[in-house]
Design a protein around this ligand. Structure first.
Ligand code: GDP
Length: 360
């Protein structure tokens, strides 16, 4: 009887231990199948890139050819029938003349261009229209390539670059773009808000100055532009800045003559320690031949060192560049192709002429 009781106790113990083992096993199984609980602490952040890691370079700016607005292909559009001709007769010359005038080259520049082309045709014995156009392209590229297209920094006191031109052509915007580009090249810039007659000009320039880390000197609305530029040169000299970019008025509200005012601005800017090393006429390419008249007036008043041709991304036909070069002989140094800082590029005569004649 005692041994029977012992057997029953052993069986009960075995059954109890077995069921406990089964429960533990099941729990262990579930634990491996369930997803791990979300960590309560935030995951450690990815390590910061080391300073020596190569930075992703910006995509290369599109070429002048691709970014010109209506000017691109203007001449090839007008020259379609010239290209189709077999011989060079009077009609060919008439069509060529019309194409140049329609592209905004202007009558006197067109006449000068064609006179020289006739001489080349005679001396080189050219008989085919396609050859004629190649000679014309080469001639126009050579015409535009003359002159000094560099922007100058002279040693010594602060250099002053004056920007002149009528209202709305893009002076203030161009100063902003040039300021950023020159600051990126390592120059220390002071911007002078010399257009005291246009209410928004100083605010506009202030925004650009912030973007390029430049100092800004501004005065009261309607104040004397020369005194602002004088102050800007003093500020540049005192702070070790080497470049003053000076905005000027495009129209005055007073009876003072604009050209007189600009002469005065130039004299003051050139006073020691300042030195004027660029006087850039900003021209809106969309105004066509009007731009040429403006250029002539400004050339007579202040000694221009170069032209900035803006808004070539728009409806401009581009021939104005040839008119400026042919009539005034002033080099085009920069071209505006939009409103952002990257939209100001050095003028490249070859690329420009290829774009005007682009066939696609
Ligand atoms: P300012 O009166 O001569 O100082 O002319 P602004 O700098 O104020 O420019 C007049 C307008 O032309 C502004 O809306 C500019 O954004 C615009 N602008 C300036 N340059 C260019 C350019 O190259 N292309 C285009 N599409 N617009 C431009």
């Amino acid at each position: 009887m005692e041994s029977l009781l012992l057997v029953l106790i052993v069986i009960a113990i075995v059954l109890f231990v077995g069921s406990v083992a089964l429960v533990v096993h099941r729990r262990a199984d579930r634990a491996t199948l369930e997803p791990p609980p979300a960590p309560s602490a935030p995951a450690p952040s990815a390590p910061a890139p080391s300073p020596s890691a190569p930075s992703v370079s910006a995509p290369p700016a599109a070429s002048l050819r691709d970014r010109l607005g209506k000017a691109r292909g203007t001449l090839s559009g007008f020259l379609g029938s010239v290209m189709a001709r077999e011989a060079l007769d009077q009609e060919t010359w008439d069509e060529l003349e019309e194409a140049l005038i329609r592209a905004d080259v202007g009558i006197s520049a067109t006449t000068a261009i064609l006179d020289r082309l006739r001489q080349s045709v005679a001396s080189e014995g050219i008989t085919a229209a396609t050859e004629l156009l190649e000679v014309l392209k080469t001639q126009l590229k050579a015409d535009l390539a003359v002159g000094d297209r560099d922007l100058h920094h002279q040693p010594g006191g602060p250099n002053v670059w004056l920007f002149v031109g009528v209202n709305g052509v893009g002076k203030t915007t161009t100063i902003g773009k040039v300021g950023k580009q020159q600051a990126d090249l390592g120059h220390r810039i002071v911007m002078a808000a010399g257009d005291t007659f246009r209410a928004a000009a100083a605010e506009q320039l202030e925004a650009w100055a912030e973007r390029s880390g430049a100092d800004l000197v501004r005065g009261a609305e309607g104040g004397d532009p020369s005194s602002i530029i004088f102050d800007a040169v003093q500020r540049a000299a005192a702070r070790g800045s080497d470049l003053v970019l000076a905005d000027t008025a495009g129209r005055l509200h007073t009876k003072v003559n604009l050209m007189e005012e600009l002469r005065k601005v130039r004299r003051v800017a050139d006073r020691d320690p300042g030195q004027v090393s660029e006087v850039l006429l900003v021209l809106d390419a969309t105004t066509g031949q009007n731009g040429l008249v403006q250029a002539q007036q400004f050339t007579a008043a202040v000694e221009l060192t170069g032209v900035v041709l803006t808004k070539l991304d728009g409806s401009a036909k581009g021939g104005i560049a040839l008119a400026i070069q042919s009539t005034l002989g002033i080099p085009i140094k920069l071209v505006g192709l939009g409103e952002t800082v990257d939209d100001l590029v050095a003028f490249d005569p070859d690329e420009f002429i290829d774009a005007l004649f682009a066939a696609d």
